[in-house]
Ligand binder design. Structure first.
Ligand SMILES: [Zn+2]
Length: 413
């Protein structure tokens, strides 16, 4: 069974240009050939192939969001982790099913899901999607937050005499050896990456974005231990010091990177560290704050940080730091991921750079450039299409008309 896509225009994200009148052949979920419909190197459509006519469309590789929380259940506008005390793990898991579907339907065929409050729910969702039991993007997951006690990834705010269930403190660690022990547990559970919380957080009680939390020694232990299992490390960090500690420790990406300073930008460039900056979701935090839905301590944490992060994103783009696309989906409602593209363009990226951050660059960060990130023979047939030209206005990606993952069409309108 061969499927042939006729693409009016195709975005070659590796070369950074449009190709016209292309044919993409797909077999067993993989791309087998890409080329022009006529002329030199022409690809012809074999007899009996299923033909998908996207001649009026712009065809792109499936998008990749490197920072989501799909397995955290129904979005709680308050963002208050204490809400998890009111739900069973199974409830959270079933609530996550639509999160996965709307994300795929928005054109995101792969996500790196970087943390859950009920440990290993993400592993279960990843596997359910891979089996075909649940519709959603290909997931790379971290299993749990590796966090200090009372830190950015801990379930904080409960009274000290409440005993939390095992899966609400699975990733807690307070020394280099405890960090290593947690990573060994996670590796054994089949996670794809490690998420460590280098600095404090915004949407968390008793933690704040200016604090450091893990020491550089603990971060180095995390990276070394993760690497011994072939796993890369994503570090949450808002504070300048927390960001630099994470980069110096050798993490693959810094998440948020809100208060990165000039030295941090220089270090990221020198180490080839990706910055995964969620510069859209401030819109949702502010809307929820205006509506009085967010706890007041969270609003205080967030003060001015949105604009600081956007200004620092602009600096990072200008400095030529590697940038990947990550939205912190769950802070905003699921399926709105593509809203961030227009903000990336507003704060200094070309539309092509913004597209590359969510395709080729994201695949590189995840270590899966052989499988995803561009439309090339041998890669997974993860393909989307939009009606309007995203290189003229990148917000065109907010309206994805066609979604294929691993050769299966999930959306076509
Ligand atoms: Zn996050």
């Amino acid at each position: 069974m061969v499927t042939a896509i006729q693409a009016g225009r195709l975005v070659d994200v590796d070369a950074g240009k449009f190709l016209s009148d292309q044919i993409v052949l797909i077999q067993s979920g993989k791309i087998t050939a890409v080329g022009p419909s006529k002329g030199v190197g022409a690809v012809s459509i074999p007899d009996g192939a299923t033909v998908i006519d996207l001649r009026n469309m712009i065809v792109l590789p499936g998008l990749i969001d490197c920072h989501t929380h799909l397995a955290d259940g129904a979005r709680d506008p308050s963002g208050d982790p204490l809400g998890y005390l009111k739900k069973t793990a199974a409830q959270v898991a079933y609530e996550s099913v639509p999160n996965a579907r709307v994300t795929l339907e928005a054109g995101f065929t792969t996500v790196r899901d970087v943390g859950v409050y009920r440990a290993l729910n993400d592993v279960a969702l990843r596997d359910a999607i891979a089996r075909g039991d649940v519709i959603g993007p290909r997931m790379y997951v971290v299993g749990a937050y590796v966090t200090i006690t009372g830190g950015a990834g801990a379930l904080t705010g409960a009274a000290p005499d409440i005993t939390l269930p095992w899966d609400m403190h699975y990733g807690q660690a307070d020394s280099p050896w405890e960090v290593r022990a947690v990573i060994r547990k996670l590796a054994n559970q089949g996670v794809d990456a490690i998420k460590i919380l280098s600095s404090g957080a915004v949407l968390e009680h008793g933690s704040n974005p200016n604090s450091q939390e893990f020491t550089e020694e603990e971060l180095r232990a995390a990276v070394e231990e993760a690497h011994s299992f072939g796993l890369r490390v994503a570090a949450h960090a808002h504070s300048a010091k927390g960001i630099k500690n994470a980069i110096n420790a050798g993490v693959a990406s810094v998440e948020h990177a809100t208060m990165i300073d000039d030295e941090g930008i220089r270090l990221a460039k020198e180490h080839g560290t990706y910055l995964d900056m969620d510069i859209y979701d401030e819109e949702c935090i502010e809307a929820d704050a205006r509506a009085g839905r967010i706890p007041m301590d969270f609003v205080a944490h967030d003060h001015d940080l949105g604009q600081i992060q956007r200004d620092n994103f602009r600096k990072a783009v200008a400095a030529g730091v590697k940038l990947s696309f990550g939205t912190d989906a769950g802070v905003c409602p699921y399926g709105m991921n593509a809203k961030q593209f227009a903000f990336m363009a507003k704060y200094g990226m070309t539309p092509m750079q913004a597209i590359q951050s969510a395709t080729a660059n994201a695949a590189d960060l995840l270590g899966h450039s052989d499988l995803i990130g561009s439309i090339k023979p041998g890669k997974s047939a993860d393909i989307i299409a939009v009606a309007n030209d995203p290189l003229a206005d990148v917000s065109a990606l907010e309206n994805v008309s066609f979604v294929m993952k691993e050769g299966v069409v999930y959306k076509s309108k």
